[in-house]
Ligand binder design. Structure first.
Ligand code: UTP
Length: 318
């Protein structure tokens, strides 16, 4: 797999992080949702680390208002580094320095949040006429279940744009873009024949949802330039990909079906679950947390169906 990545023409990652994050207000009033911590790192750091692991160390982050937080995270902080050095705290110093040297990170401002498609279109000049990856900054793919390497390999083998798809229950398909597909010789790869943004369960062509990873050929920019605003008045990446998938142009679209762990950190409940799931495996926190969660779950279960409300239960937990 490492050879495939090295020889791929895909070298750049674009991370849109300019959304308003309305589902997470007020936490996201003055801070992008991509800066919300998952255990001890902001979501965006996981996403940049994922890009780097797939061989993409030229990373363009599309920022919106509150961009300062995002930019600061990837900058050096001399006074913090000096203090940690002084204290001889090599472990924490290493964590801080690791972020600064992670990748060649660039920033570009999306003047107004006109939609994901518009955010991607902003990357045109930086990307040029090359294929590139798009990783949504609030969508985490567990590093134990790598996806991007596979998508880049399919892009290279098929000479086509590749999107990531995941099977979801029909009653939650209205939260996603949804793909109409044809099977291929590979059970994990489908040819995408159409895409629809957030359809109702009745109108959904499948239960395959579009998730936040894309490997796109540069022709996408030409389509994004001419499409009209779609759902929610936004320029939708899904609409542009739909035109390609339906055969307008010579650029087919394939989908890689992801069966691993993914966390939508822009959603409050999923963000809490992501913290628990990743903390449980954390070398410093896992053991303590696991014990606490087991005790808590047992007490919560015992409390169910009794007249005691959770308040009296919670007061005994620290
Ligand atoms: P979302 O639809 O999840 O972002 O966009 P949002 O609009 O911020 O979310 P809510 O629904 O209001 O909570 C998916 C990705 O596209 C980025 C977001 O930052 C997120 O990573 N995005 C969206 C942009 O960069 N620009 C936009 O104009 C819209």
């Amino acid at each position: 797999m490492a050879n495939t990545i090295k020889s791929s023409a895909v070298t750049k990652a674009v991370i849109p992080a300019a959304g308003l994050g309305t589902r997470f207000l007020p936490a996201t009033k003055a801070m992008p949702k991509e800066m919300l911590p998952i255990v001890d790192k902001p979501a965006i750091q996981y996403v940049v680390e994922e890009a780097v692991s797939a061989g993409l160390d030229d990373v363009l982050i599309i920022t919106g208002r509150n961009k300062g937080n995002l930019m600061n995270h990837f900058d050096g902080v001399p006074e913090l580094e000096d203090t940690l050095k002084h204290k001889g705290d090599a472990a924490r110093l290493d964590k801080v320095n690791r972020v600064t040297g992670l990748a060649d990170v660039h920033f570009l401002r999306q003047g107004r949040p006109l939609g994901l498609g518009h955010a991607v279109a902003c990357a045109r000049q930086h990307v040029g006429r090359e294929s590139f990856a798009v990783l949504l900054g609030d969508d985490l793919i567990d590093e134990r279940d790598p996806l991007l390497d596979r998508m880049i390999a399919e892009h290279d083998a098929r000479g086509a744009s590749v999107i990531a798809l995941m099977e979801v229950p029909k009653n939650s398909i209205h939260l996603y873009g949804c793909a109409a597909v044809e099977t291929t010789e590979d059970r994990d790869v489908v040819r995408v024949t159409g895409l629809v943004e957030k359809p109702s369960a009745e109108d959904a062509p499948s239960s395959l949802a579009v998730i936040g990873r894309y490997v796109l050929r540069p022709e996408i920019f030409d389509v994004l330039d001419v499409i009209e605003p779609g759902r929610g008045g936004e320029i939708q990446l899904t609409d542009a990909l739909n035109l390609l998938a339906e055969g307008h142009g010579d650029d087919p679209v394939y989908g890689v079906i992801f069966r691993g762990r993914r966390y939508d950190t822009g959603d409050r409940a999923d963000w809490i679950k992501a913290n628990v799931l990743l903390a449980i495996d954390h070398p410093e926190l896992g053991a303590e947390l696991e014990e606490w969660i087991l005790e808590f779950a047992e007490a919560l279960g015992a409390n169910r169906g009794t007249s005691l409300n959770n308040n009296s239960l919670l007061s005994s937990f620290r």
